[in-house]
Design a protein around this ligand. Structure first.
Ligand code: PMP
Length: 319
């Protein structure tokens, strides 16, 4: 990522991509105290739009506030900077990563006078998940690493340091030959995947963990609303056990980068086998709830609203 043309936004200024530098003693590098977002912009039939950028920016401001880090820019200014980041870099499809971090005014946990900085990078994710991969989905392993506890970390904040735990879990699963991990909360209930929320379908009802140990995902919210308001499917947010995933009719994970990916197998159990799901290495059926939600999500993110999705126009910010 170092060596490329383009512009990064830092504290209100545009820096040539290759010249972006920060000091080695940057506090956040040493202690992980910082927060960030992952936002996407998509090209569609009516041009390029940022998807739910106001909600992402609000979550960034909430994260900074919860961490007690001053945020030196208003949300509207940060939305505008993200919008400009697209034009400045000639992007029509992009992943944007606004990050709030502490400067190098001091080191150690008692450092005083730390200043908050904000940077925004944007780049094209390319074909991050091909349509074939999105139809086949993931084989996952339940992690032996527990996800955060409310008394250990801030589950509402998207904090840099949280991702050590995610990477421990994900790397263990990848080394064991799996694509993804499912993490449990400290009491043993399903929390989330390494960087995505989890849903299951059983007898026509969708279930997803309540947000005590997982991130309050914006894709999670989009899926809940599309399921309820467009498909008329009931969604329950509650505690879920891992064996509920084993015996689900369908399961999937959601996130800004992943969008909606089927969860086909967990701990060697073929999810949905009883309900007639095809083998985990074959595409999911077009009439599955997962595939129907994928198609709706694809349309709404690309601004292809038609008559049925007009109610979601507020999720789109023209670039
Ligand atoms: N959980 C974690 C730990 C994540 O990193 C992400 C990605 N931001 C999600 C869930 C999904 O959140 P969103 O849909 O807002 O991207």
């Amino acid at each position: 990522l170092y060596d490329r043309d383009g512009w990064l936004w830092q504290d209100g200024e545009w820096l040539p991509w290759r010249d972006a530098r920060t000091h080695l003693l940057t506090h956040t590098l040493h202690y992980g105290m910082g927060c960030f977002e992952g936002v996407r912009a998509y090209d569609g039939p009516h041009g390029t739009h940022l998807f739910r950028v106001a909600e992402h920016t609000r979550r960034l401001a909430d994260s900074a506030h919860a961490l007690d880090m001053p945020l030196p820019f208003g949300e509207a200014e940060l939305v505008e900077a993200q919008r400009q980041c697209l034009a400045k870099n000639g992007l029509v499809n992009a992943y944007l990563k606004p990050t709030v971090y502490f400067g190098a005014e001091g080191l150690g946990l008692r450092a005083k006078g730390l200043t908050s900085h904000v940077m925004i990078a944007a780049w094209d994710l390319g074909d991050y998940i091909s349509p074939e991969a999105a139809a086949i989905g993931l084989r996952a392993l339940t992690s032996s690493w527990a996800r955060h506890h409310v008394n250990i970390s801030l589950c509402r904040a998207k904090t840099n340091g949280h991702y050590v735990n995610s990477m421990l879990a994900l790397n263990t699963a990848i080394k064991a030959g799996f694509d993804e991990t499912i993490m449990l909360d400290p009491e043993g209930h399903v929390a989330e995947a390494s960087a995505a929320n989890v849903f299951l379908l059983r007898d026509g009802v969708l279930h997803t963990p309540e947000v005590t140990s997982c991130l309050q995902g914006i894709t999670r919210d989009s899926v809940i609303r599309l399921a309820r308001e467009v498909l008329g499917i009931e969604v329950r947010e509650r505690r879920i056990t891992r064996d509920e995933l084993y015996i689900a009719d369908e399961a999937f994970v959601t996130g800004t980068a992943a969008e909606i990916l089927p969860l086909r197998e967990l701990d060697g159990r073929h999810i949905g086998a009883r309900a007639g799901a095809p083998a985990p290495d074959l595409p999911i059926p077009d009439d599955s709830v997962t595939a129907r939600l994928q198609r709706l999500y694809h349309r709404v993110t690309r601004g292809d609203l038609g008559d049925d999705l007009q109610g979601f126009a507020g999720w789109l910010t023209p670039a």
